[in-house]
Ligand binder design. Structure first.
Ligand code: K1U
Ligand code: ZN
Length: 171
């Protein structure tokens, strides 16, 4: 298994639209294992393949405190949604930034597991927020795009400054 590099906003590759998974093979299983390890190490409660520069519709999520309840969603589709909720979201691709975003409260999702078996899932609360946040990544959307242009540009400037500092210190 391996820890994968997480792309940082405003990396343009975060805006790539992911393609559906068509082959459920050993390579896919290895990517799921590597993403799971990367998410737990970060630590985070979700990770989309887009964030590790793999542009396929694959998400891993674990909102449990014990990091022992992994959910793998492949080619996820929202079948229905209702209500609204707000949550102060974070993102492993935008480290250190937490902002309130409004999303659907309850969702019904259809997806495939790693063996290619279709299933449906009803989610609310944090799980629902996390699924919607990760599905946005697969569409090339980062949560800061819900914020005002002023806030988003401030975050972009901060992130670019931070990555330039890291680059300078690595020489
Ligand atoms: O997509 C990502 O970058 C992962 C992100 C998921 C997420 C968090 C909160 C709301 C919506 C989506 C994170 O995991 S950020 C880190 C985080 O929230 C966290 C980390 C450790 C323990 C608990 C939470
Ligand atoms: Zn994110």
């Amino acid at each position: 298994m391996a820890l994968l590099t997480i792309l940082n906003y405003p990396d343009p590759r975060l805006h790539t639209v992911a393609k559906p998974v068509t082959t459920f093979d050993a390579n896919l299983k290895r990517l799921v294992q590597d993403m799971k390890e990367t998410m737990y190490a970060a630590p985070g409660i979700g990770l989309a393949a887009t964030q590790v520069n793999h542009h396929v519709q694959l998400i891993v999520i674990d909102t449990s405190k014990e990091q022992n309840d992994l959910l793998v969603l492949i080619n996820p589709k929202i079948l229905s949604q209702s209500g609204t909720q707000t949550y102060e979201e974070g993102c492993l691709s935008v480290p250190g930034i937490y902002e309130t975003v409004s999303r659907a409260e309850q969702i019904k999702v259809e997806a495939y597991d790693v063996d290619g078996k279709k299933f449906t899932l009803d989610a609310d609360g944090l799980l629902s927020v996390c699924i919607q946040h990760e599905m946005d990544h697969l569409k090339g959307k980062v949560f800061v795009e819900y914020l005002s242009p002023l806030k988003r540009n401030r975050i972009k400037t901060k992130m670019l400054k931070h990555s330039r500092e890291i680059e300078r210190n690595s020489y």
